[in-house]
Design a protein around this ligand. Structure first.
Ligand code: ZN
Length: 127
């Protein structure tokens, strides 16, 4: 049975990922936060991408949280790149990741939703 962090129920996986240990913060802007995390139960590493757009009218800022399971060589590559230079969106997209990715969306004035799907890694719009 897979660990909670890979549970088919996205709510269970999100809870596990909230509890995951942050390894390194790669990008830290107020509306764009990228970090690597490690599940304390199974040791699997993830790329966590938090994006937010400002809702100037109502202050109900739409948010998206993207969680990408990483292979250890991908984690090493990212951390090595971060040692050399500031990480940008191009680094993330350059990983050319297509796999089962967990996305949690909290759109404006709508209930939040989350799902796992096989998809290409994309960076949602953010301020
Ligand atoms: Zn796990």
């Amino acid at each position: 049975m897979p660990c909670s962090c890979l549970n088919d129920d996205p709510r269970i996986a999100l809870d596990a990922l909230r509890a995951a240990t942050t390894l390194r913060v790669l990008i830290d802007e107020s509306h764009f936060i990228v970090s690597t995390r490690r599940c304390p139960l199974c040791g699997r590493c993830f790329l966590s991408i938090f994006t937010e757009t400002i809702d100037w009218a109502d202050g109900d800022d739409p948010q998206v949280w993207t969680c990408v399971p990483l292979e250890s060589h991908e984690l090493d590559r990212l951390h090595a790149a971060a040692d050399r230079e500031p990480i940008t969106e191009d680094h993330l997209l350059g990983l050319s990741i297509r796999r089962r990715i967990l996305v949690r969306r909290a759109p404006k004035a709508q209930p939040e939703s989350a799902d796992w799907a096989v998809r290409d890694l994309t960076i949602p719009p953010h301020d």
